[in-house]
Write a protein that binds this ligand. Sequence first.
Ligand SMILES: Cc1cc2nc3c(=O)[nH]c(=O)nc-3n(C[C@H](O)[C@H](O)[C@H](O)COP(=O)(O)OP(=O)(O)OC[C@H]3O[C@@H](n4cnc5c(N)ncnc54)[C@H](O)[C@@H]3O)c2cc1C
Length: 291
Amino acid sequence: MSETITRLADYDTETRYRTTVVSSECITSEQSDEEVREIELDVDLPDFSYQVGQSIGVLAPGAAEFGQEYHFRLYSVADLPERSESGNPRIKICVRRCSYVDPYSGERYDGVASNYLCDLKPGDELSITGPYGLPFEVPEERDADLILIGSGTGIAPFRAFVKHIYRNVPDWKGRVWLFYGAKSGLEMLYMNDRKNDFPRFYDEETFEAFQALSPRPSWDDPIDWGETIAQRGDELWRMLGDPKTHVYVAGIEKMRSELDKVFAGLAGSEEKWERRRAELMAGRRWVELLY
Ligand SMILES: Cc1cc2nc3c(=O)[nH]c(=O)nc-3n(C[C@H](O)[C@H](O)[C@H](O)COP(=O)(O)OP(=O)(O)OC[C@H]3O[C@@H](n4cnc5c(N)ncnc54)[C@H](O)[C@@H]3O)c2cc1C
């Protein structure tokens, strides 16, 4: 999230842009019971501009019975900025169809914004706001190491970011280590039988990707970061000790406690890790986009 804004209610939603859905494609494997869609939107304003790492706001129609005009949610830009044939800005976002369980009734309800987006068809129009925030930046030192840790749709900003580095930063020399966690291989976005464009970076000398899965996906067990990260623990710890290394984390909120446990193991104790993480965060070398 942006450095200063942490509550959805504080985002500027007054300036709105009309967009048209160009395409909506399911990007989870056919065998997966999860639905994540990549949605392409054309903005009806040639001057609208956005950058890799930013997010846009979506105003889904709200529940009229609760007097809610709209339901506002944020989505990360999932690709490099591009333009349509007619010259209008085109944005790709990647949206997981969400639901939630009411803590009082125990009933499951559909998430408003994600279901609204996933149900849109090519030609449909919607309002967006933003763009907001720029949490992940390419370090000025081109030989800095980057550790990217993403889970689920948290891969979206990193896909755009990695493309940006290898296409647009010709003097990039640092290592880029991507740790990507998902429930199972079927939910690995941009790395499954339906859409698989991440491996093209495997040819880059400085890029490496490591996958972490849940040991029992059907039981909703947490992603096993321990195994994947601990295997590279010594080198990771050395990288973290280098003042040039940056760590970027994106995905759902519960990642924070899962990662804290693993990094406390690398540090030797929870206290040592808390101290180290606080130092990294203070120097903007550990940056999180969690939701
Ligand atoms: C800066 C930022 C960037 C974001 N980028 C993306 C993105 O690129 N793609 C995306 O799908 N979502 C993204 N989100 C989350 C998104 O804004 C919504 O919260 C989400 O789509 C659910 O909204 P909803 O109205 O459908 O349901 P809600 O009623 O708001 O939430 C339903 C439930 O889904 C959980 N949840 C929310 N998002 C996810 C997710 N992605 N994966 C698993 N569980 C989730 C919530 O914790 C909640 O329990 C981002 C959030 C922020 C703050």
